[in-house]
Design a protein around this ligand. Structure first.
Ligand code: TXA
Ligand code: MG
Length: 342
């Protein structure tokens, strides 16, 4: 099952799918210039056709091959944050297939910092006559589900495609960041619309503001479609709910008899609740202590949700997160996960 970087690059060039590690989450990649290869992504994910995918580029890629304009804002952001977990939405070059842009006039581009991703992108580019290879890749999960942060997550998500030989998995270590890239839309600057933060991530709104000189806006209704911005997304199979701090202590009394719930709580809360409370009249509450550092929390969250999904809980409860800017991306993901169940 293990394949080399060269073999993976070759499979991409032949129009097959290759899942690969990035610093954020694993991607499900296809040759961005091959519409039938990109169609395989949509089919494997079960994703609506009109949702655009991000094009991943090697560190030495010629950006002007992929986008029709590189505004000064983009140059500044690239200088600060590439390679890294930042996706820029820019006006697309005319040869970008509709399958990649979802038919929109823009394209999302990102240069990942993960060494395996970079090696794959470089090897794939070398197979192209003009040296420019882009890999279209959404997160390597079924549509609407939790993103994969390890090779084994990808393998468990797509057994049929792997079995059929349509998908190979390029293995790497677990994703270091653990949540998807920050997405900033710079495609409407000419219309007088400034930078818009479409998806918060590891790179925060404040860090972007420092480089841009102003705080990016939040999306309005005219903003392009982003599947990750659907109200319900990023969901585990087990119903998930956010629980306010003051309600955590009473949570056990709400559990129906015979049910087993888990609460992801911060350490200070854990010490205030007796774990493993179990009587015949009430259900069981198990407590899982989570980090109070947003970076460590992000690294762990998707793998944890997948593990909890395997453990037969009737409900996953999550202690409400702090509302400060460093927690914006995690609030975004977990609120959308919870929205899948209301
Ligand atoms: O960290 C990441 O960004 C990962 C890794 C694999 O790079 N990729 C990822 O892809 O999260 P995906 O498809 O799961 O989420 C990308 C989001 C989608 O919601 C998509 O709709 C949006 O980016 N997007 C892509 N191109 C766009 C465009 N031209 N305009 C607006 N949104 C776009
Ligand atoms: Mg995704």
């Amino acid at each position: 099952m293990r394949i080399s970087i060269q073999e993976a690059a070759k499979r991409l060039a032949e129009g097959d799918l290759v899942a690969f590690p990035t610093e954020t989450v694993y991607g499900l990649g296809a040759d961005a210039e091959n519409p039938s290869a990109v169609a395989k992504i949509y089919q494997a994910k079960g994703r609506p056709q009109n949702h655009p995918v991000i094009v991943h580029l090697a560190p030495n890629a010629d950006l002007s091959y992929w986008v029709s304009e590189v505004p000064v804002e983009a140059k500044k952001l690239i200088e600060h944050f590439w390679p890294g977990p930042l996706t820029l939405i820019l006006p697309r070059a005319t040869h970008i297939p509709d399958a990649v842009s979802g038919g929109q006039s823009s394209v999302g581009v990102r240069c990942p910092s993960h060494p395996v991703a970079q090696a794959l992108l470089t090897a794939f580019s070398a197979l192209k006559p003009n040296g420019q290879g882009g890999v279209a890749a959404p997160s390597a999960n079924k549509f609407g589900q939790v993103s994969p942060t390890s090779a084994s997550h990808v393998v468990s998500e797509f057994p049929a495609e792997i079995q059929a030989g349509v998908l190979s998995v390029l293995e790497g270590d677990d994703a270091d960041i653990g949540i998807e890239s920050t997405i900033i839309d710079l495609s409407r600057l000419k219309e007088g619309v400034g930078a818009v933060l479409l998806r918060p991530g590891h790179i925060t709104r404040g860090q972007l503001a420092e480089v841009l000189g102003y705080e990016p806006a939040s999306p309005d209704k005219a903003a392009p479609r982003v599947s990750g911005s659907l109200k319900a997304h990023y969901a585990p199979r087990t119903p998930l709910q956010m629980v306010r701090e003051e309600e955590c202590k009473q949570l056990v009394s709400h559990i129906p008899a015979g049910e087993k719930w888990v609460l992801m709580a911060f350490k200070e809360m854990v010490s205030q609740i007796t774990s493993q409370v179990s009587t015949t009249e009430v259900g069981t509450l198990e407590i899982y202590a989570v980090s109070s550092d947003p970076v460590a929390y992000a690294r762990e969250i998707y793998g944890l949700l997948r593990r909890l999904d395997e453990q037969g809980y009737q409900r996953i409860c999550v202690q409400a997160l702090p509302q400060d800017a460093n927690w914006e991306a995690l609030n975004d993901r977990l609120q959308r996960a919870a929205a899948a169940f209301v």
